[in-house]
Write a new protein. Structure first.
Lengths: 276, 331
């Protein structure tokens, strides 16, 4: 059935307005980052950065320890996400494909773990890490980030594992595979989109975590990029150009990752979701 | 966790388990009785060490009077239930709790309703427009929370912010130099716009993906019966995606309730601590005012409130699991 012309125009107009609304803050961040200061602090907004400049990016990158912090961020994020994926996948497989005593209790544990208010537990975390003499180290940071994303990863992967038809696994086992082989050769490849989709959440969580790193890794050069970003807000105050340049640099890796992974993620969801 | 607002395109999977879950098994479990425990061991161990331990530590702290002096000198001063009595007896705590519940409810309702509408819109658009809107949504979704809060502060800046300029240009001249973080309501307005902006893509994109799994015949049958747009949604889409709506609402409640950087960065819970929600309140009391024992007690009460808000969903999920196990046993 065909929709009326007026109806279609109305739909598309709404979509255009929404798209602009969603993109605008992102656009404005980049726009401000590239504008010279006199264009930023002007009575009428300058909508396009015609007099583009990189000076704000230079300010941002020349902040002390930028590259060290960036490296720390990448290491901590990638390790935390990879670890949580591996650990969660094992657990998710057991929770969906096996029946055993205490299953519901364990499930509930992870659902509650998802609610942990990390921001307000920083004190006890600080005391534990201090007593272990591991302040300013990346190891505890990685471990705690891993756990921040673990419950969500595990619960979400559970859905993906459930969506892989059991028959595939069983026929592989009839063909002589062990259960482990059946999992690695048959189930795992089908889970790839699910793993990618789930990892997005982990990446973004670990990448922008702030309260914990603020308390644990105070030494210069020991922290991660969110510390650097927050410096701009406090130290430069009204230097919106440098702040936006820093925010842009901070956001770009995640934006790229999302654009790259998101299509696979949603595609994977739809193809897997057919089974009710 | 932003969650922040931000997260992954994945919830529907969780929703699916709510409904169908694991296909019937029964075989295989006899072999290797220890296997599931072995597979779960790393996850449980990590949770016990990195979450359970801090939680226990937190519980212990909540019975102590721990300030900067005690922290530095490694002193322990027990106060029994003193912290709890003081908090539960203070009017401030109950006001913050009520505020947090209302704040969470308003945001989650906005996110779910608007997210659903945008998801349904996506399903009706042509290919090009759908791609354009999807990319826009993904960009908003992918903005790291800290970067987003910085940008929103800049957008709502009183002197050079675009928002005030637009409002002024539209004829609302009182808004020319409007200070958005000056009053409780306007500060909450900015925070809500930001949280909703960041959370909508997750709901909309996943809802769209979920609608593509609804069998076309169901829609055709409904239309044949003369159902209008709203009736089709109420009689086909919503019932079919019920598990999705439940699971997504659950996650949004958690994420909005725990929203921390968004609120903290905009105005540190101000003006006059009037936009403090429970997490901010716990942080300000504990870390900000250096009453660590008190902060620990509030954080535990925060968990209790969140558990109460999500109890319904937790119960539903567990009942479903029990039902599935029961059905499998009957097979």
């Amino acid at each position: 059935m065909k929709r009326s012309l007026a109806g279609r125009i109305w739909l598309n107009a709404t979509a255009v307005v929404l798209a602009i609304g969603f993109v605008f803050p992102v656009y404005w961040m980049f726009n401000t980052a590239f504008k010279p200061t006199r264009d930023i602090l002007s009575e009428d907004p300058v909508w396009f950065p015609f007099h583009g400049t990189f000076e704000h990016f230079a300010t941002a990158v020349h902040a002390p320890d930028f590259w060290t912090l960036a490296g720390n961020s990448v290491v901590v994020t990638v390790l935390a996400v990879a670890l949580s994926l591996v650990i969660a996948l094992c657990g998710a497989f057991a929770l969906t494909r096996m029946r055993f005593k205490g299953r519901k209790g364990i499930l509930l544990t992870f659902m509650v773990a998802q609610m942990a208010p990390w921001e307000v537990m920083v004190i006890s975390v600080y005391l534990i890490v201090r007593d272990a003499d591991m302040l300013n180290s990346l190891v505890p940071l990685t471990c705690f980030y891993m756990l921040m994303v673990l419950p969500f990863t595990l619960l979400t992967l559970r859905g993906y594992v459930a969506a892989v038809p059991r028959e595939l696994e069983e026929s592989a086992m009839v063909d002589g595979c062990s259960r482990r082989q059946a999992f690695l050769k048959v189930v795992f490849p089908l889970l790839a989109p699910g793993l990618m989709a789930t990892s997005l959440f982990g990446f973004i969580t670990a990448w922008h975590e702030f309260p914990l790193v603020l308390v644990l890794n105070k030494e210069p050069g020991a922290g991660t990029l969110p510390l650097w970003l927050s410096q701009f807000q406090t130290r430069f105050g009204d230097d919106w150009g440098a702040t936006m340049a820093a925010a842009s640099l901070f956001a770009v890796p995640i934006l790229l990752l999302f654009l790259f992974l998101q299509r696979k993620a949603v595609g994977g969801l739809t193809s897997g979701a057919v089974k009710g | 966790m932003q969650l922040d607002g931000a997260a992954a395109a994945t919830d529907q999977a969780a929703a699916r388990t709510g409904k169908g879950g694991a296909p019937p098994c029964g075989r295989g479990s006899r072999r290797g009785r220890g296997a599931p425990y072995l597979l779960l061991l790393p996850a449980l161990l990590a949770t016990a060490v990195f979450l359970g331990w801090p939680m226990v530590r937190n519980l212990v702290l909540s019975f102590q009077n721990l300030n900067m002096k005690e922290l530095i000198q490694h002193l322990t001063e027990w106060v029994g239930t003193g912290n709890y009595r003081e908090i539960l007896g203070s009017e401030q705590f109950w006001r913050v709790t009520l505020r947090t519940v209302v704040f969470t409810a308003v945001n989650v309702v906005l996110i779910m309703v608007l997210g659903t509408l945008i998801g349904l819109l996506l399903a009706r658009l042509g290919k090009t427009m759908r791609l354009a809107l999807s990319v826009a949504l993904v960009l908003a979704w992918a903005m790291p929370v800290i970067a987003a809060t910085t940008v929103f502060q800049w957008l709502f800046d009183s002197r050079y912010g675009v928002v005030n300029w637009v409002l002024d240009a539209a004829g609302w001249h009182a808004m020319t130099d409007y200070d958005w973080v000056g009053t409780q309501l306007s500060t909450f307005f900015v925070i809500t716009v930001m949280i909703v902006w960041q959370s909508l893509p997750f709901v909309a994109l996943n809802l769209y993906a979920a609608t593509t799994t609804i069998p076309k015949e169901l829609y055709e049958a409904a239309r044949m019966d003369g159902a209008g747009t709203w009736q089709v949604f109420a009689s086909v889409t919503f019932p079919f995606l019920r598990p999705f709506f439940l699971a997504t609402t659950f996650l949004e409640v958690i994420w909005v309730f725990k929203a921390f950087p968004q609120i903290f960065a905009i105005n540190q819970g101000g003006p006059d601590r009037l936009t403090e929600t429970l997490p901010i309140y716990a942080f300000t009391e504990g870390v900000g005012n250096l009453h660590f024992g008190m902060g620990a007690a509030i954080s535990l009460l925060t968990i209790v409130v969140l558990l109460a808000m999500t109890a319904h969903y937790l119960r539903l999920t567990l009942r479903q699991e029990a039902q599935e196990e029961h059905e499998e046993a009957a097979l």
